[in-house]
Write a protein that binds this ligand. Structure first.
Ligand SMILES: C[S@@+](CC[C@H](N)C(=O)[O-])C[C@H]1O[C@@H](n2cnc3c(N)ncnc32)[C@H](O)[C@@H]1O
Length: 321
């Protein structure tokens, strides 16, 4: 599913590199190495496809600008939490890759690299992850006590507000750090999010997490994820002032809601949430938990269809100014 999301924006990234990457500026200000980071890269292989696409597009851009004889070398920084299985990632690196590979373990909510060390930042399906669950959700006496749910999608306003505030704190820290690490003129491509003006409960991601919540039915566990709208992201970016918004749009990466999508959604959720859920409940429940998705296929498809046309992937391109 993440691959479908990345494929859906490949052409958009190619366009962005053609239109927005100021090769001359980057070339003259820096060096002969073009540095790319994938933040929240996981264990592959999606990251390899994305990094290949970006290096291909940058090479084409250098050629078209008359810098073919001075093609830079590429370095890719693969970032994820230190607990990520970097061994699997590095053992499966494509042998013919056009870049030098470097691991950067640590949270992207903090600094990862020295000042001005990146020309291009890519992050796919990772920015929705919060640094923690807002504390008030676990307090029985708080208006934000999230009884019987694992997510804010269909929760009272106080719950959603606590998530919104946590997201704003985390992403402010994220933007501050990237503003230091990106060179002036460097680009950053981020996704996903939700459309403007629809309640969280009506979004595709909201529906999926509600569905998971109905399978879990617990009071003390919440998923530390939040999907922001273009409006929310714009507000955070205006406060930061180090980036111009070059592109921001909602895309719909999946062609149809059918049995394949149910399987893909279950795998998508399992890939992203298995670690957090098994840490809280133990690994024994995982197979059983994700099984209902397929057992309730009809119900799940009709939920997906009812929310489907909205699009669920926010594609953002920022330039360091
Ligand atoms: C759903 S996966 C997406 C993986 C990959 N980008 C893709 O599109 O297939 C989200 C990844 O983000 C990572 N992640 C979440 N929060 C992070 C953080 N604060 N710093 C670095 N990585 C993080 C997770 O560990 C996980 O590997």
């Amino acid at each position: 599913m993440q691959r479908a999301g990345a494929n859906a924006v490949k052409a958009m990234i190619d366009d962005v590199i053609v239109e927005k990457l100021d090769v001359e500026k980057i070339f003259s200000s820096s060096k002969r190495t073009f540095r790319i980071a994938d933040l929240g890269c996981s264990v592959g292989p999606n990251t390899f496809v994305a990094m290949q696409n970006i290096t291909d597009a940058v090479q084409l851009k250098y050629q078209s600008q008359g810098f073919a004889s001075q093609m830079p070398e590429f370095q890719v920084f693969f970032n994820d939490h230190a607990s990520n299985d970097f061994n699997t990632l590095f053992a499966s690196l494509p042998p013919e890759r056009p870049y030098f590979a470097t691991a950067v373990p640590g949270s992207f909510h903090g600094r990862l690299l020295p000042n001005f060390s990146l020309d291009f930042v890519y992050s796919s399906y990772a920015l929705q992850c919060l640094s923690k669950v807002p504390e008030e959700l676990l307090n029985k006496n708080s208006a934000a006590w999230n009884k019987g749910r694992v997510h804010y999608a269909s929760a009272p306003d106080e719950v959603a507000q606590a998530f919104t505030t946590q997201f704003a704190k985390d992403k402010t820290a994220f933007l501050d750090c990237r503003a230091k690490e990106l060179v002036v003129g460097g680009l950053m491509v981020l996704m996903p999010g939700i459309p403007n003006g629809i309640p969280h409960s009506s979004s595709l991601t909201g529906g999926i997490f509600d569905f998971l919540g109905q399978c879990l039915m617990v009071d003390t566990f919440n998923l530390p994820v939040y999907f922001a709208s273009p409006k929310e992201m714009t507000r955070l970016l205006e406060r930061n002032e180090c980036f111009s918004i070059e592109r921001m749009e909602i895309t719909l990466p999946y062609a149809r809601a059918d049995g394949l999508i149910v399987q893909a959604c279950a795998m998508h959720l399992r890939a992203g949430m298995e670690g957090i859920i098994s840490k809280h409940f133990g690994v024994e429940i995982i197979d059983e938990l994700f099984d209902p998705f397929c057992k309730k296929e009809e119900e799940f498809i009709s939920m997906l269809e009812s929310k489907y046309n909205e699009g669920d992937q926010l594609f953002i391109v920022l330039k360091r100014i």
